[in-house]
Design a protein around this ligand. Structure first.
Ligand code: ATP
Length: 214
């Protein structure tokens, strides 16, 4: 089993997240890719944050009829704050030992990984897929990894992968980065502008019906 975990605040989930998820799923031939809304994201402002249960519902609506993608409520079952390490430990301990676990994260979020709780343990618990797009951030990635995580990673160009002698790999993967952000969507809703074609129709309908982000 090749299991992917894609965490985020998903406030709300949008087509940028979904297109990236589909591309990662295909490229890494994942059997399942779970989209995991963070219930109480330690790094995000609370203001403007929809209830976790609504963000989960929107993820669920967004992946209806999308093969291999699933919404996962695991972070809603734990008290605050939501730490990724607890989620990774859970899947690590509850998966078949032959399973490979891949944690999917955008380069923006990965560039701050040294501020996450037990971040070295994260990298010793699962593979990471860092979603990249060509640019200066990617060029600096090796320096960042060596300085902040471990100098023992070695780059393998053929697989665009940083390999570590004891820990799991960090894969870089270029996605089609649609220039969409949840911030921009919340702002549009507040201003009464359309969010059509930025989020799935069912998510747009849910936001309107519940009056979120007003
Ligand atoms: P916000 O604007 O509220 O900060 P966001 O749109 O960046 O939110 P998050 O839920 O914080 O969304 O992101 C979850 C993950 O998805 C992060 O790893 C982030 O890097 C990645 N991501 C965000 N937007 C995109 C996008 N347009 N394309 C691909 N990945 C994205």
């Amino acid at each position: 089993m090749r299991l992917g975990l894609f965490g985020g605040s998903f406030n709300p989930i949008h087509l940028g997240h979904l297109r990236a998820a589909v591309e990662v799923r295909e490229a890494f031939n994942l059997d399942r890719l779970l989209l995991i809304p963070s219930a109480h994201p330690p790094h995000k402002e609370r203001r403007d944050m929809a209830e976790a249960i609504d963000r989960l519902k929107m993820v669920d609506l967004a992946v209806q009829n999308v093969p291999f993608l699933e919404a996962c409520n695991i972070e809603l079952t734990r008290p605050a704050p939501s730490y990724t390490i607890d989620t990774l430990r859970y899947f690590h301990n509850h998966s078949d030992p032959r399973s490979a676990i891949y944690f999917v994260v955008g380069i923006d979020a990965f560039s701050e990984i040294n501020t996450w709780k037990s971040y070295r343990e994260l990298l010793a618990t699962a593979h990471f897929i860092v979603m990249t797009r060509p640019g200066p951030r990617v060029k600096n990635l090796q320096g960042f990894i060596h300085t902040n995580i471990s100098s023992q990673y070695e780059y393998r160009p053929e697989s665009n992968e940083y390999r570590h002698p004891q820990w799991y790999s960090i894969f870089c993967f270029d996605i089609t980065h649609l220039d969409i952000s949840a911030t921009q969507i919340r702002e549009k809703v507040r201003l009464g502008r359309s969010i059509r074609f930025l989020v799935p129709d069912a998510v747009e309908y849910f936001i309107m019906k519940k009056g979120l982000y007003k």
